[in-house]
Design a protein around this ligand. Structure first.
Ligand SMILES: Cc1cc2nc3c(=O)[nH]c(=O)nc-3n(C[C@H](O)[C@H](O)[C@H](O)COP(=O)(O)OP(=O)(O)OC[C@H]3O[C@@H](n4cnc5c(N)ncnc54)[C@H](O)[C@@H]3O)c2cc1C
Length: 364
């Protein structure tokens, strides 16, 4: 059984009143400024008060799906990312806290994936598609050759997902293209990527198992074909034709691909230090390429808290009765989520939510 049903089962057993389709609108305070509960709204728009017996914990998951808050708090993230994969996170917990005087992180932080495929010519600063998993291009995380929109190689491609998006944030247009050739299946094997950029992995019961949505190599080929038909991936017989279809300056892009091929031949990446096993010449047509930008999975900056997860004012005093956890809480990440340490976002949410609950219940 996966975790959510397990938690629901336990909550039912304990008689917890779980309300779905019920939105917190704002917090309620008494004369002493203690938070005493919330004003909520049901699916019919009916507003009502929920009184907190022990405390109120804000955990609405950050603001990745709120363009106005992103513009205000993290404009760089909006410039570099083309998709949001966080459909339910409108920043309402963070807003509710700040409306009653809570302090917020000074530095924004965001959890980003690198597989946001968009048609050539798309401008990142004009694009933020809020449909989760829309055109989630699994292969976009492979350490294949990447060029900026001026056709220049700009980074070591063999890095965790967020690093390449951050590097592209220093490039014109905040985006990059990935190019590969017809030997990509063998190259993916040699790359041997782990986590959710892998295409196939050894099954515990023997043989190979395909990664969830990618459907293994066949599913991957199918996705490439679909994206070609829809004009997201371009296919060409020559490098020059590929560069033109990707709307790159042809001469510069060709020079940089030739230089990369030279380094592949040598087996040493003298320019950016990519590992030899992950250098794959782009030399056997047909050639492929696509334009990529980042996908925001979560924002990670939030309300200032102490070690009991109690929300603080700017002067450091505690707002009595109020806690924050998960992506509504701050003080943990700055600027980026380090994808070399996978799991820290979700484990922070679980652990700090637990700690907040214990403190509110008076257990600790
Ligand atoms: C595709 C994807 C992959 C990810 N992979 C990883 C990973 O590998 N490792 C990792 O550590 N993290 C990962 N994350 C991030 C991780 O899932 C989040 O950081 C974590 O779920 C945050 O937990 P949370 O409780 O703060 O918010 P959420 O899990 O977003 O929960 C917030 C809840 O609050 C509800 N809500 C919102 N507004 C209101 C309101 N006004 N009133 C009432 N309820 C409200 C929402 O409906 C939602 O149910 C991934 C995220 C995505 C999208």
């Amino acid at each position: 059984m996966s975790l959510a049903p397990m938690l629901v089962e336990k909550a039912d057993e304990l008689g917890v009143d779980v309300r779905y389709h019920t939105r917190m609108i704002h917090l309620v305070q008494n004369d002493q400024d203690t938070v005493t509960g919330i004003i909520a709204e049901d699916e019919n728009g009916k507003k009502f008060e929920i009184k907190a017996m022990k405390g109120t914990i804000l955990c609405t998951g950050g603001y990745a799906n709120n363009v106005e808050m992103l513009e205000d708090l993290n404009p760089a993230a909006l410039e570099e990312n083309v998709y949001s994969d966080a459909p339910a996170n409108y920043g309402e917990g963070i807003s509710a806290g700040t409306w009653i005087g809570a302090a917020r992180d000074k530095m924004p932080a965001v959890l980003v994936f690198d597989r946001g495929i968009v048609p050539p010519g798309t401008k990142a600063e004009e694009t933020y598609i809020m449909e989760p998993f829309k055109d989630f291009f699994w292969m976009g995380s492979q350490p294949f050759l990447k060029l900026n929109i001026n056709g220049e190689r700009f980074a070591n491609e063999s890095v965790p997902y967020d690093y390449i998006v951050n590097a592209a944030g220093y490039q014109p247009g905040n985006m990059y293209v990935m190019v590969w050739d017809s030997n990509y299946r063998q190259h993916i094997d040699a790359n041997h990527t782990l986590g959710c950029s892998r295409i196939e992995y050894p099954s515990p019961t023997g043989g190979m198992q395909t990664y969830v949505s990618a459907g293994g190599y066949d599913g991957n080929d199918k996705q490439i074909q679909d994206l070609i038909e829809r004009g997201y991936i371009v296919k060409a017989d020559t490098i020059e034709e590929l560069a033109a279809k990707l709307q790159l300056p042809v001469e510069t892009a060709t020079q940089h691909i030739e230089r990369y091929n030279e380094l592949c031949e040598k087996g040493i990446d003298e320019d950016f230090g990519n590992e030899s096993s992950r250098l794959h010449a782009v030399k056997e047509g047909p050639f492929y390429g696509c334009l990529l930008g980042g996908r925001i999975l979560s924002t990670l900056d939030g309300l200032k808290i102490n070690t009991n997860m109690q929300v603080l004012r700017k002067d450091g005093s505690v707002i009595a009765g109020l806690y924050a956890a998960g992506n509504d809480s701050g003080g943990f990440f700055a600027y980026t989520y380090p994808e070399r340490l996978p799991g820290t976002a979700v484990s922070r949410a679980f652990t700090f939510g637990w700690l907040a609950g214990e403190h509110a219940a008076g257990i600790k």
